[in-house]
Design a protein around this ligand. Structure first.
Ligand code: UDX
Length: 449
């Protein structure tokens, strides 16, 4: 089989490489010549564990190639996957200009039947628009060529994307013809053989599934964050509550970890887009509006604890920050809570020294040298008034508290991910703030309000 993937961003690159891994021939296309030149040299534009060797291996085997020419890449394609960006436009709806631009290109150059698959997260109804765009170009050419559209949403998690692709919980495929279903079945045969559920359905349902899944997960997180804030006020421990509710199999124990709010490229964008769609359709999803509101509020929770501890004055104080990426195992800082915390600290006249195992370059690209960057996690603590943990990288989980207390000016930790044990912090005599749990080492500091 032969496929083309258009867009070498996160989804396109991971999907293309993993499809090549199953033995089929894949061409990844992008308009960015520099990106393609780099990929042809084996230089990968994103950080994803395991991806670089996999790209190189499949290139060497001749199954994976990169090109800027959509026209040349589709001469033998059974399917073309559209995996280009859909950035939110001003009002929060997904901007489809790139998706539809690719559809038009396909219509201009296709010479045989193929399935045009949307893999980007697109609003419900997009496959119809893609179909119309391809058809329009075919009509302009007076071509009677036939094609099909399909929707195959992606559920990859950054940092675990290869595993998620190769061992999916499920694959969702929306089609409207048997012919297209046959092509998609052949493509996903290795997954079917390994008993991963491949669920075929109609196109609108497939498009909706992606939004419903991400919105449900975001809802779980916001719900838990708000419960955590209430736990602080009523004197409950959210860790206990989490275990207590998570052991009910109807609720499940995943995605109920409170923290500093969800970030990344998917949840914020998808929740916003579904809110928008629901409003446009005259059925506003009130629940999701609250999910968004709670999340925005949660990103400031650590900052509020800091301000409350220092009685509203942090001018000239120095804070060490551990973790900048929106979650561990990625350098992605899109919608990262760290950006909100840093911005607020700096505005109050504080000094920030940050450390992240991989995201410091990305942070510098975004906010320049308004913060200092430490060469390791301990350097970020030298003379700091407190440590603020924002991302739960493994290497932060069992630090040397003795070394830390020699470096820090005050033994104070604000932990946005509950990675330390309350009893251990009591024993170590740290002042310790976390999310939805009692404050250690301070009298009468009820936060959250
Ligand atoms: C998500 C979806 O999981 C994936 O299926 C979809 O395709 C894209 O969006 P991703 O954004 O890579 O993937 O990250 P994920 O691991 O899902 O985490 C999202 C955010 O939720 C992170 O900011 C994370 O810190 C936060 N989170 C997650 C919590 O705050 N608590 C949890 O219990 C779980």
């Amino acid at each position: 089989m032969n496929i083309t993937i258009v867009g070498t961003g996160y989804v396109g690159l991971v999907s293309g490489t993993c499809f090549a891994e199953t033995g089929i021939s894949v061409t990844c296309v992008d308009v960015d010549q520099k990106k393609i030149d780099n990929l042809n040299k084996g230089i990968i534009p994103i950080y994803e564990p395991g991806l670089t060797p996999m790209v190189k291996r499949n290139m060497e085997k001749g199954r994976l190639s990169f090109s800027t020419s959509l026209k040349d890449s589709i001469t033998e394609a059974d399917a073309v996957f559209i995996a280009v960006g859909t950035p939110p436009d001003e009002d929060g709806s997904a901007d489809l200009q790139y998706v539809l631009g690719v559809a038009r290109e396909i219509g201009k150059h296709a010479q045989h039947y193929m399935v045009v698959v949307t893999k980007s997260t697109v609003p419900i109804g997009t496959a119809k628009k893609v179909k119309a765009a391809v058809q329009d170009e075919l009509d302009k050419r007076d071509s009677d060529l036939t094609f099909d559209v399909a929707s195959n949403p992606e559920f990859l998690k950054e940092g675990a994307a290869i595993d998620d692709f190769l061992k999916p919980d499920r694959v969702v495929i929306g089609t409207e013809s048997e012919k297209a279903q046959k092509v998609m079945k052949r493509l996903y045969k290795p997954f079917l053989m390994n008993n991963h559920p491949v669920i075929f359905m109609d196109i609108p349902s497939a498009e909706m599934t992606k939004y419903a899944a991400n919105s449900m997960l975001a809802t779980k997180i916001s719900f838990m964050n708000d419960i955590a804030n209430l736990c602080e006020i009523v004197g409950a421990d959210v860790n206990n509550v989490r275990k207590g509710i998570g052991s009910d199999s109807r609720i499940g124990n995943k995605f109920i970890y409170p923290g500093t709010g969800y970030g990344g490229s998917c949840f914020p964008k998808d929740v916003q887009a579904l809110v928008k769609t629901s409003e446009q359709e005259g059925h506003p999803l009130e629940i999701l509006k609250s999910v968004e509101l709670v999340n925005n509020r949660q990103k400031s929770v650590l900052y509020k604890k800091v301000m409350s501890h220092f009685d509203g004055d942090i001018k000239g104080k120095k804070f060490g920050i551990w973790g900048l990426s929106f979650k561990p195992n990625t350098d992605d800082m899109r919608e990262a809570p760290a950006l909100v915390v840093i911005d607020k600290l700096l505005k109050e006249g504080a000094e920030v020294v940050a450390y992240d195992p991989v995201a410091m370059e990305e942070c510098e690209r975004r906010i320049g040298d308004s913060v200092q960057y430490a060469k390791d996690q301990y350097e970020a603590l030298i003379d700091a008034d407190a440590l603020i943990v924002i991302t739960e990288w493994n290497e932060f989980k069992v630090p040397n508290f003795r070394v830390m207390e020699k470096l820090l000016k005050n033994k104070i930790i604000f932990d946005g991910r509950n990675i330390y044990d309350i009893e251990e912090m009591k024993d170590n005599e740290y002042t310790y703030y976390s999310i939805g749990r009692e404050v250690i080492g301070v009298e009468d500091k009820v936060l959250a309000k």
